[in-house]
Structures are given as C-alpha cells and as structure tokens.
Design a protein around this ligand. Sequence first.
Ligand code: GLN
Length: 307
Amino acid sequence: MDNIEIIFKNIINNNIEFTKHGKVATYIPELAKNNPNDLGVYLITLDGKEYCAGDYNKKFTMQSVSKVLTLMLSLIDNSNKVFEKVGMEPTGDGFNSIVNLEIKDIHKPFNPMINAGAIATTSMIKGKSVSDKVNRILDFARKLANNPSININEKTFLSEKETGHRNRSLAYFMKSYDIIEGNVEDILDIYFCQCSIEVTCKDIANMGCVLANDGISIHTGERLISEQICKIAKTIMSTCGLYDASGEFAVHIGIPAKSGVGGGIMAAVPHKMGIGVYGPALDEKGNSIAGIQILKELSQKLDLTIY
Ligand code: GLN
C-alpha cells in the first residue's frame, strides 16, 4: 500500500465530523435538497494513479468551480483583453457582494472568481447563440474531465434562473457601465447553465489534473489549454479561489483551488496531481467546510503547499 492509499483509508472518518458544523446552500432551492452529511474525495496523480473515498461517485453541480473554466475560455477567445473588464485582485468580500462594483471608479469586478467577475468573463465567450456558447462551455468541461457524458442539471438551472435576483442585479449594474455587452438575460442564462453543470469528484479531479499538468491531458496527451492561460487560472485560484477565505486557505493548505456552493472544490497541485472533493455542508463563506479539512489533511501529510 502506498502513502496516499494509507491516508485515504481514514480520510473520510477523520473529517466527517466537520460536516456537522456547516449548512447546505438554501438560497438556490434545488441545492437545499443536498445531503449535508455527504463527503467524498478523488485524487489523480499526473502519472495516472487514482485514489477515492466516501461519496466520490455522487453527482453535484459545479457552481463557482465553473468560473475557472469560463475564465479560461474567455482568455482563449479574447486573450488579455479580458482584464480590461475584470480585475485580478482579491476582494475580502463575499462571492455575491455588490459593494465593490459601486464604490470603485471604473466599476469593474475585482476578479473572475466572484459572481460579478464570472458573469463578465462569461459575457465575453464567443458563439453564434446562447446554446452555441453553452455547448462550448459544456464541451470544454467534458474535455477537461475526460468525460463525454457530463451534462447540465436542468432542475438546478431553472432553480437558479428563477431565484437569481442578486446575480441579475449585478449583471444589470455592470451593463449600465458597459462592463458587459449584449443581452443581459442571455448572459445570465449562460452563467446559470455553467453553474448547473453536473459532475463528480473524479470529474473535477481530472480538471485539476489538466491545470496541474500545465494544460495537457494526462489521458490523451492533447494540449487543451495553453501553458500561459493555465498559469493565469492557477494564480487567480490561489489568490481568489475561495473568495474571502482565500488568504487563510493559502496559509493552511497552499494549493490553487476553486470552491462552489454545490459543495465541490477543485484543486490543482502543480506538477503533481488533481484533487476533487465534495461536501455540500458549507461554512459561512460558502466553502465546503469538511472539504477544506480534507484538503488540509492531504496538504499536510503529503507536503503539497506550493509556498
Ligand atoms: N450559482 C451560484 C451563484 O451564482 C454560484 C455561487 C458559488 O458557487 N459561490 O450564486
């Protein structure tokens, strides 16, 4: 048995306790149905070894984990012009905060990992129609996960569309300052679709693997993203990936990662591995409470910090 296998034997038991201290997201009604006791993890090394534990097979929606994908696609489509409309600085505010949009002169969102920033990067993705753009995002997710069966959870999409008033206000606010162009409702539909992409821990571990491997699929050897775009994505994940908990996460865990309110966290350990965790009980900042602890245990025991 190798070192990681030994750690994986107890990793769920060691961290399941933390799920009791979190709550599932309820502001999106469909997410309120998630089981707060779920906890799973999947780890894939760049030389192809795979390890899993707990509820690694359960499906959940990507939510904000998808923001990394739409950042990369908008960079593929527009190169660094993206940063004329979205910044690259952490906020210290919650993921759906509106305050910084209003008080800064230029009204551009602080970074692409908060809702306003992600709506802006999504608005820059090219395509002939809404469905064309959604298909491009879906196709990108399938390639990165090496899983052609990935799809959108229709119920979650409709639930978000019905209740996403905060996102609607962020989007219309940005439209009023020309941060986003085009039809706001169309852009929001694309954003709600990307958030509703359904995955497992294995899928996001594979996505993390591509990032860890500087853009090349470990399964096909195909280059899926340029090294430069990978570098930008990992850097912004490191500084902004867990919203206003990113600093603490960097100190204790030190791995580029992105969380979502569906309970997923995608982590990319450069040149080593991709890790996907799922635990829908969230802390007050909207990050998987036990998922963070699992990553902490792995980081400490395997010495994974990049710093
Ligand atoms: N779909 C969610 C929202 O827009 C994503 C937020 C998140 O995962 N933090 O509110």
